[in-house]
Design a protein around this ligand. Structure first.
Ligand code: AMP
Length: 487
């Protein structure tokens, strides 16, 4: 099947050809025709399948007729992270080169005033993260009653980040007559409930089972004898030095670990940069650009920051931490082996990771992932095991910290920053991970929100938020002081 068979206009076909695409991907083949006819679409597809074009192209087709009104966008795309939203915007620019569509991006790190000015003039396409959109709405800056098409992208990630109440609220602010294009890699019951409630007789399109891993990815693990972080970092460096490692993404479960690992790698002469939700948007954008242009070889990333990023040629994915949610394993390793290219995924597995590792095996339907033989390496590079004293989690963390201090004095020179970052590292358990997610969510949603409201929603305050607190007022800052001043 060719793009011409999908019912797209010559202007769009030209833009697609200019993008270098020859044939539609399976999700595009199945989703574009019903979307062009105006049906709701429920797309079950992961990133890397070409799903962005499968909603962008029909939207452009539809929006090519009609004009935008002030403060009443004609279409809305909701994405869970700033990066993903920015990527959707790039797609609109690429496929919409032959159309005169106006677009606004409501995400953190993008000037509020500029976007507001665009909204005032009227936009065809509004791309937003849910929290930022509601901020603008609550300030009376936009109306959603003119929405003709609404897209929810990566809905399962929205669920992980606690955005579902916001999504429901936004759905209710848009007209019943809208067309809805809804994408999710998995369909947990909460997502099913939303689609049952807000989609009208959707055409269901499923391109691959959520838990499948590409055949083009070679998966390996390294069994690390202890959960000592220094030993893990040693093993990671050894993996990065392997033949055939052109570039890679190193995934960690927590933002604090991302910082520690990135600094440690830099200290050991690796060309690595961190990316996570608490880093400044300008730094994140610069890091991604440099990674795409091969100026940076390794990206050390958290799941949320890396989700959906369009980075075409990654030779390797490294799981520094075993992901807590087995679906994340599938998403992480999906960053390599794309579009039929060969890729490799390596994961460090410590004795403490048994439960989560087993869950991954179950998810990918494997009995075991082949282990690389690192026994000689660990023999030659011993690290004294940290020994937790007393009760479980909090003390585990204390044990680790003291071990890291001990490590500082040992043979390999320990990066100065490692120790500092490590000392701040909280207990490594699932609850902390959830808190970390919540903190990412808070920093994502809370770009302009008052702290009282965030807490009311049960969200954790991110460290960045605390840094931004008004000096002298402690936690009791009146909401109006935290509002950005309209320009
Ligand atoms: P997505 O799943 O939307 O993130 O897309 C993944 C990658 O596939 C992006 O780099 C797209 O530019 C690319 N892509 C999308 N559609 C096609 C196509 N029909 N042929 C080749 N590449 C495509």
């Amino acid at each position: 099947m060719s793009f011409a068979d999908l019912g797209l206009s010559p202007k769009l076909l030209e833009a697609i050809a200019a993008a270098g695409y020859e044939n539609p991907t399976p999700i595009q083949e199945e989703a574009i025709p019903p979307a062009i006819k105006g049906h709701d679409v429920l797309g079950i597809a992961q990133t890397g399948t070409g799903k962005t074009a499968s909603f962008t192209l029909p939207m452009i087709e539809r929006l090519s007729k009609g004009r935008a009104k002030a403060r009443m966008p004609r279409s809305l795309v909701l994405a869970p992270t700033r990066e993903l939203a920015a990527q959707v915007a790039e797609n609109f620019e690429k496929y919409g080169v032959n159309h005169k569509l106006s677009m606004a991006l409501l995400i953190g790190g993008v000037s509020f005033g500029d976007q507001d000015a665009k909204l005032t003039r009227g936009v065809d396409v509004l791309i937003a993260t849910p929290g930022r959109l509601l901020d603008h709405f609550e300030r009376g800056r936009l109306l959603l009653t003119g929405i003709e098409v609404m897209v929810v992208d990566e809905a399962d990630r929205m669920l992980d980040m606690g955005f579902i109440p916001d999504i429901e609220k936004i759905f209710k602010l848009t007209p019943m007559t809208r067309q809805t294009l809804f994408f999710s890699a998995t369909m947990p019951p909460e997502i099913q409930r939303i689609t049952d409630q807000f989609l009208h007789k959707p055409v269901r399109v499923e391109v691959s089972k959520p838990a499948t891993t590409a055949d083009t990815i070679t998966q390996r693990i390294v069994r690390v004898p202890t959960k000592d972080d220094k030993m893990k970092r040693n093993a990671l460096r050894e993996l990065l030095r392997q033949d055939g490692v052109k570039n890679g993404i190193i995934f960690c479960n927590r933002k604090s670990t991302v910082d520690v690992v990135a600094k440690s790698l830099q200290k050991h002469g690796f060309n690595a940069r961190p990316i996570h939700g608490d880093l400044a948007q300008a730094f994140r954008t610069e890091t991604l650009d440099k990674f795409r242009s091969d100026e940076v070889q390794f990206l050390v990333a958290s799941d949320v920051a890396a989700r959906g990023l369009d980075i075409p040629a990654v030779s390797h994915v490294f799981n520094y931490d075993v992901p807590i949610h087995s679906d994340d394993y599938v998403h992480r390793i999906g960053r390599t082996g794309r579009a039929g290219l060969k890729g490799a995924a390596m994961m460090l597995v410590t004795p403490a990771d048994g439960k989560h590792y087993d869950a991954i095996l179950k998810t990918i339907g494997a009995e075991e992932i082949e282990a690389l033989d690192f026994s000689k390496f660990f023999e030659e590079n011993p690290v004294r095991e940290s020994r937790p004293r007393g009760g479980k989690d909090a003390k585990e963390s204390r044990g680790r910290r003291s071990s890291s201090r001990r490590d500082n004095r040992k043979s390999e020179p320990k990066p100065e920053n490692d120790a500092a970052a490590e000392a701040e590292k909280p207990a490594e358990n699932d609850a902390k991970s959830a808190e970390d997610d919540a903190s990412q969510k808070a920093s994502q949603r809370g770009e302009t929100r008052a702290p009282s409201r965030r807490r009311k929603n049960g969200e954790a305050r991110s460290p960045r938020r605390r840094e931004e607190a008004v000096v002298g007022l402690g936690d009791h800052v009146p909401a109006f002081l935290m509002r950005e001043v309209a320009r």
